[in-house]
Design a protein around this ligand. Structure first.
Ligand code: STX
Length: 357
């Protein structure tokens, strides 16, 4: 990566003290152990705007890095999670043209799903067509597709639909919206690992309705009782926010406890999950995976991912051995968990080496 100049030097991540302690031989200047790869420095967009799709939706997008670089599009999680400035920093800004956007109904896209708008025209296939509209609008011929969690689902749906537009795939925390994955996180499974947080998740739902939590939530998230709606949105969002990281629940004050974020996030996620991601079957991705065999791909998965357990990444790895598989030993779901972060930055660096002309 030496050809990319100073601007591309990764910024240090905030390691725990023991990990950057200069007395620790693993990280001394003389050590042969390579320094862990951190995020690239904070960066501001050189361009941003809104693209109108499907009549009423205005999709917020932004571009950072090198306008002449290898294009990469970042697909955020949730669905409904929106992008954050941190997502710009997984890519060498001297080599990449970094494109981020907020999917329908969330982030800075309008109308916002917290406004109780109908979600009828918000499906996986609408998002796939929005990605194509954005690609055309920005004059991009082909791009690398980068997505974690729901972003991995959408990346695969897009790549299987518009295979010739995809230069490479970088996927993290593999999620395929299969019934078993939804049951694990929203009915029984993750509840055994985080029983303390689970109590807060089930609290807004009466005991007699807890046999089908997803639908009990959907009724309240879309019902007339504003107090119940708000309580459910915050409980739904908090459950995911508190189980993301190997570090356990973060302190209060994250976006998951923002009522507006929480309501859009919970409404959009539960809508997609009720429809199982709008896939015709739980095996659709596997049934079609041979289309992706020639595309360079990287999978990064935390072994202790409780939100999207490793089982799905493993199934994908078995079906698609051509994709590089990086199983990170001490990490959960979060793209900020140390090994996952390093794995993603390394994958993006490798993709650049492979693809930059
Ligand atoms: N949702 C998984 C997912 O896509 C069940 C996801 N998990 N957390 C996130 O997304 C954000 C941190 C992006 C909100």
């Amino acid at each position: 990566m030496s050809g990319f100049g100073l601007r591309g030097a990764p910024k240090p991540i905030h390691f725990q003290k023991t990990m950057i302690d200069s007395a620790n031989p693993a990280y001394s200047a003389r050590s042969r152990t390579p320094a862990p790869r951190g995020l690239y420095p904070d960066i501001e967009p050189y361009d941003s705007g809104h693209l109108t799709v499907g009549g009423k939706h205005r999709i917020y997008y932004e571009q950072c890095g090198n306008p002449a670089g290898v294009p990469v599009v970042v697909l955020h999680g949730g669905p409904g999670g929106g992008v954050s400035p941190n997502l710009r920093c997984y890519f060498n800004p001297d080599g990449y043209r970094i494109i981020l956007f907020d999917q329908r109904g969330c982030g800075k896209s309008t109308p916002h799903a917290s406004e109780n708008i109908s979600l009828e025209d918000n499906t996986t296939w609408h998002l796939v067509s929005d990605i194509e509209a954005l690609r055309e609008k920005l004059g991009v011929k082909q791009w690398v597709v980068f997505g974690g969690s729901w972003g991995s689902t959408l990346s695969l749906a897009y790549a299987l639909t518009h295979t010739d537009r995809v230069l490479g795939l970088i996927l993290r925390g593999i999620f395929l919206v299969r019934q078993s994955e939804l049951d694990w996180f929203y009915q029984e499974g993750a509840s055994h690992i985080y029983p303390d947080i689970w109590e807060k998740f089930v609290a807004p739902i009466p005991v007699e309705e807890r046999g089908d939590l997803l639908n009990a939530y959907i009724r309240r998230l879309n019902g007339p009782d504003k107090a119940a709606q708000r309580a459910c949105a915050l409980a739904w969002s908090g459950w995911e926010g508190d189980t993301l990281s190997i570090e356990g629940p973060t302190e209060a004050g994250t976006k998951f406890s923002d009522p507006e974020f929480a309501l859009a996030f919970a409404r959009i996620e539960s809508w997609y999950f009720k429809h199982r991601g709008f896939f015709e079957s739980d095996t659709w991705v596997f049934d079609n995976i041979s289309k992706l065999r020639d595309i360079p791909a990287w999978i990064v998965q935390g072994r202790y991912d409780v939100v999207t357990p490793m089982r799905t990444a493993w199934d994908l790895h078995r079906a698609w051995p051509e994709a590089r598989f990086n199983l990170v030993k001490k990490a959960g779901h979060s793209s900020s968990d140390l090994g996952v972060l390093e794995g993603l930055v390394s994958a993006a660096d490798e993709a650049l080496t492979l693809l930059a002309k």
